[in-house]
Design a protein around this ligand. Sequence first.
Ligand SMILES: C[C@@H](O)C(=O)SC[C@H](NC(=O)CC[C@H](N)C(=O)O)C(=O)NCC(=O)O
Ligand code: NI
Length: 130
Amino acid sequence: MRILHTMLRVTDLQKSISFYTELMGMRLLRRKDYPAGKFTLAFLGYGDEKDTTVLELTHNWDTSSYELGTAYGHIAIEVDDVYAACDSIKTRGGQVVREAGPMKGGTSILAFVKDPDGYMIELLDPKRLD
Ligand SMILES: C[C@@H](O)C(=O)SC[C@H](NC(=O)CC[C@H](N)C(=O)O)C(=O)NCC(=O)O
Ligand code: NI
């Protein structure tokens, strides 16, 4: 078995696709409308679905906002240089909400950015895992 994808409900699909492709470097793998259910699915990632875990963005056509709640944590993305990744994301207008640096009480270098719906995305350098 393996983890196939993580699904996030998004309010503006194109805005989210732009964020994950232009700022996070993902590739749009496939997209499909489901008129009967009035929703669209878009799958994005860093490789093919047969080889990698991907992101499934669900756009419900009639829903304009969601309560993210207090339970959601983050999706972590591997980066070679957290500091450089944050600079690049900020340059492209992204929202870095926790600057790059060692994790509290640890040594892993990480940062957090928010996606267009406010979902937290962790940037982590796996070479320095605690
Ligand atoms: C393709 C597979 O990975 C899916 O997750 S599609 C599953 C399907 N999704 C939706 O219906 C999305 C729209 C829905 N309004 C929502 O916000 O979740 C789903 O959940 N189907 C339910 C079923 O019983 O088939
Ligand atoms: Ni799914």
